[in-house]
Design a protein around this ligand. Structure first.
Ligand SMILES: Cc1cc2nc3c(=O)[nH]c(=O)nc-3n(C[C@H](O)[C@H](O)[C@H](O)COP(=O)(O)OP(=O)(O)OC[C@H]3O[C@@H](n4cnc5c(N)ncnc54)[C@H](O)[C@@H]3O)c2cc1C
Length: 395
């Protein structure tokens, strides 16, 4: 059986490879990424908040499937201990109203993800014990509809499983040319950082390069009339520790929370999202910058957070979490955004048959990863997708 080539080693590519092998264990997969380390970008540095039903209608079936798959995978493989899978209560500290419109409008407008939560569960709630200063809170999602994972550890589970199953990872390498015969893809020429060239035979190619997907597509298919309208939106993050939030023991149940709020004008007026993780970490995100140039993928893992952003995030963290928080990690990564609030999960007209795209998941790529992987694996195998993704084509 000819092999499949997957471009990108982020969570979307890993999940697609995982479900491809679950559905058809003898498939040979080559996974290529110019980065010397796998999943160096958004999939490693994201928060890992998962929602069942915070999506635009075209994404809703995929969102619900993916949420169920996250639970199933965690139950099957010890996800609580291995990648921090936990139910998570969503709490708004700022009285964030529902009705911001689902999709990515909130992200591009600099408002909060919490505007996309359903109004059905809204009720007064206690403030999580690791938030200092008191005040009022509102529960905006309950356990059973929101959860969280540590995305880096979930990627590590997928990556190690794929390595054990014989997937060939070509890290520090890129696809230079697609080779076709009679309008059908038959292989890809790849070249490594050290200049070693190799031809990889395949009958299908998946582009899952996150925010780089558009340039990768244009490089490989310069004559194609299709445009992938996927761009990059930079997001900053901090991981801190607090004496008021301790690691859970083993797989014991733990009350993880996702806290959404608004920073004051003096603090920069952004929309902090704060997640208490099973392992005792607290992750702070929500500060984004439009127009920041995206680094070369090989340099992506080492991109650091700058002075002004760090200061702004630290100010908010100390106000909400206490002066005694200790910074463990800072991060900057690039979401692949489409502007329509929905990813592309489809075959693509590239001038040769056998080319697929799974990219543009914006702020929801971790949540939608497993569902995307499963339906993409089904479609690449010529089967009907388990849920309706007909609204996720290229527009
Ligand atoms: C601060 C922040 C917080 C987030 N929080 C959440 C959250 O709580 N919940 C959620 O669901 N989502 C969240 N996201 C979004 C999520 O991280 C992304 O949607 C998701 O990681 C995208 O995965 P990906 O595999 O498409 O892309 P990436 O993880 O970016 O992977 C793309 C890969 O393609 C590789 N690549 C580049 N060029 C090439 C090439 N020429 N050939 C082959 N490979 C190439 C790159 O090196 C990279 O490894 C967050 C994002 C940010 C920035």
């Amino acid at each position: 059986m000819p092999a499949k080539v997957f471009l990108g080693s982020g969570i979307i590519s890993l999940a697609t490879a995982y479900y491809t092998l679950l559905q058809s264990p003898s498939t040979h997969i080559h996974l290529i990424d110019p980065s010397p380390t796998p999943y160096p970008g958004a999939s490693r540095k994201a928060a890992g908040f998962l929602a069942k039903d915070w999506f635009v209608p075209s994404v809703a079936p995929l969102g619900a499937l993916s949420f169920a798959l996250h639970r199933e995978l965690a139950e099957l493989h010890g996800g609580a201990e291995r990648w921090g899978y936990a139910d998570s209560i969503g709490v708004s500290l700022a009285g964030i109203e529902e009705g911001g419109g689902r999709g990515e409008g909130w992200l591009l407008d600099g408002t909060s993800r919490a505007t996309t939560a359903s109004s059905e569960v809204r009720e007064k709630s206690a403030i999580p014990p690791w938030v200092v200063g008191g005040g009022e809170a509102e529960m905006i999602s309950g356990a059973g509809t929101t959860a969280q994972v540590n995305p880096e550890l979930l990627c590590t589970f997928l990556y190690e499983t794929l390595v054990a199953q014989g997937v060939e990872f070509h890290l520090g390498a890129r696809a230079e040319r697609v080779v076709s015969e009679c309008g059908v893809i038959v292989g890809v020429d790849i070249v490594s950082d050290t200049g070693t060239a190799r031809h990889v035979a395949c009958d299908q190619l998946l582009i899952a390069c996150g925010a780089w997907s558009r340039t990768v597509f244009e490089h490989l298919f310069p004559a194609a009339e299709t445009t992938l309208s996927i761009s990059a939106l930079a997001g900053y993050s901090l991981v801190v520790r607090s004496p008021r939030w301790q690691p859970a023991a083993g797989d014991a149940p733990v009350a993880c929370s996702a806290v959404f709020t608004i920073a004051s004008e003096a603090e920069g007026g952004w929309a902090p999202e704060i997640f208490s993780r099973r392992n005792g970490d607290i992750y702070i995100g929500g500060l984004n910058t439009c127009g920041l140039p995206i680094p070369a993928p090989a340099a992506n893992s080492s991109v650091g957070i700058g002075g002004d952003e760090l200061e702004s995030m630290l100010r908010v963290s100390k106000r909400l979490l206490g002066e005694d928080v200790e910074v463990v990690k800072t991060g900057l990564c690039f979401r692949p955004v489409t502007g329509q609030g929905r990813p592309v999960v489809a075959g693509v007209e590239a001038g040769v048959a056998g080319v697929w795209v799974a990219a543009g998941h914006g702020p929801w790529g971790i949540s939608l990863s497993l569902g995307t992987g499963k339906v993409m694996a089904e479609m690449m195998a010529g089967r009907e997708a388990e849920v309706d993704v007909s609204g996720l084509g290229i527009c």
